[in-house]
Design a protein around this ligand. Sequence first.
Ligand code: SAM
Length: 247
Amino acid sequence: MTRRRWIAERWDEATATLVGAQAEHLARVLRAQPGMEADVVAGGRVFHAQVAAVSLAGSESEVRFNLAAELDADPALPVTLVLSVYKFDRMEWAIEKATELGVAAIAPVIARRTEKHLAQAALKRAERWRRIAHEASQQARRSDVPLIHDPLPLIEYARVASNSTRIVLAEQERTTTLRCAVEEAAAAAEKEMPSLEIAIGPEGGWAPNEESLFDANGWRAVSLGPRIVRAETAAIAALAVIAACLE
Ligand code: SAM
């Protein structure tokens, strides 16, 4: 039987500790007892571990593990998804699926066509997005949790210097495909894994001045094909293409 995998909030060389809601769930619902075995992720490394101590105290609950043998960790896809803020329920579904598919980081950006009330609420919503990524990582048995950046205006994000290959999914692009751009980045990176940033527009798409912003800052426009897909579909399709090219 596959051992459950938990992602610890605190750790040192010999122990790792779950805190808060997941500790309470493990203690109260799953009745954790000292000696119980599990896989525990601590700082991006995975260990076979045993429960050492359980303290059931509501949101202050804690479960401490003793770390035993280190297990193989599967690295994330070297991709930052630059995701325009759009309808939160759909965006949160995209965050969960992108986490399952191995994304390394998600950078929410406020695009020109991001609805105003969503732009205003985005910063407060970021903690919820981090919880979604944490839970999806645990469920996917990942050995890390994607970094969820604080939302930034696209105009700021697009200009920040970066060593990554910067790709923008542009629904009107017809010549370059995502696959071609990723294969070229992989060839240029030789034995290393290329680091990629993939920008996805909001429901209304990119505004004309955003297309020029991307162009002026070295972002490469690529197509996912002739059909226009929802932003969440574009996120999943893009990560699937990248995984097929790189893994
Ligand atoms: N403006 C689009 C339209 O004509 O209806 C809608 C934008 S689409 C819902 C949201 C984002 O998904 C786009 O900004 C783009 O980043 C990405 N996208 C959707 N279909 C795409 C395609 N075929 N090629 C590249 N990107 C695509």
